[in-house]
Design a protein around this ligand. Structure first.
Ligand code: HEC
Length: 160
C-alpha cells in the first residue's frame, strides 16, 4: 500500500515536471519564432502599415529600385502637397491605387498600371479622376526625364 502510493506520488511529480518543462519549451520556442517574424525583412507581402515605414530603413539597399529617388522627388516636386495618404478634396490619394479600377470624370474607368501612371504624370489632364479638377501641374511632363518619371512610378507603386 505504502509503496503503491509513493509510486503514484512520484508519477504525479514527474508528470507535473514534464508539463512545466513542456510549457517552458513552448514559451521559449514561441519567443524564438516571434522574434524571427518581427526581424523579417519589411518586404513581406502582408506587412502592417506601421512596418511599411521600415521599408526605407536600410536606405542604400533600395536605391537601385528607384523607390528612394522617387520618394525624394515626390517631396521636392510638391506632389506631397496635394497627394496625401487619404483622398482629400484637393486630390485623390495614390496609396493602394495600383491595380485598382479608377472612375474617370468622363464616366469611363481605367485600371491603374504603369502606362496609366506614366500618362497621369506626363499629361495630367488626359484622364481626369472623377470628382477632381484638372489642377495637377502640367510642368512635370515637360521638366522631368523619363528616368525621373520612372522613379516616381516605382515610388507610387510602393505606396500600399
Ligand atoms: C496641385 C495639386 C497636385 C500636385 C502638386 C500633384 N498632383 Fe497628381 N493629381 C492631382 C489631382 C487633382 C488629380 C486627380 C485629377 C487628375 O486625374 O488629374 C491627380 C492625379 C494624379 C494621378 C492619378 C491618380 C489616380 O487616382 O488615378 C497620379 C498618378 C498623380 N496625380 C501623381 C502625381 C505626382 C507623381 C505628382 C508630383 C510629381 C503630382 N501628382 C502632383 C493634383 C496634384
Amino acid at each position: 500500500m505504502v509503496k503503491e502510493s509513493s509510486k503514484r506520488a512520484i508519477l504525479i511529480v514527474g508528470i507535473a515536471l514534464a508539463i512545466v518543462f513542456g510549457l517552458l519549451l513552448v514559451a521559449v520556442s514561441f519567443q524564438g519564432v516571434s522574434s524571427l517574424i518581427s526581424s523579417e525583412p519589411a518586404s513581406s507581402p502582408n506587412h502592417s502599415p506601421q512596418r511599411e515605414h521600415q521599408v526605407d530603413a536600410p536606405k542604400g539597399d533600395y536605391s537601385s529600385t528607384g523607390v528612394d529617388r522617387g520618394e525624394a522627388m515626390f517631396g521636392e516636386l510638391g506632389c506631397v502637397a496635394c497627394h496625401t495618404d487619404a483622398d482629400t478634396p484637393v486630390a485623390p490619394t495614390l496609396h493602394g491605387i495600383y491595380g485598382k479600377a479608377i472612375k474617370l470624370a468622363d464616366g469611363g474607368t481605367v485600371t491603374v498600371d504603369d502606362d496609366y501612371l506614366h500618362e497621369s504624370i506626363k499629361e495630367p489632364g488626359a484622364k481626369l479622376v472623377e470628382g477632381y479638377s484638372n489642377i495637377m501641374p502640367k510642368s512635370y511632363g515637360v521638366d522631368l526625364s523619363e528616368d525621373q518619371i520612372r522613379d516616381l512610378i516605382v515610388y507610387v507603386k510602393s505606396l500600399k
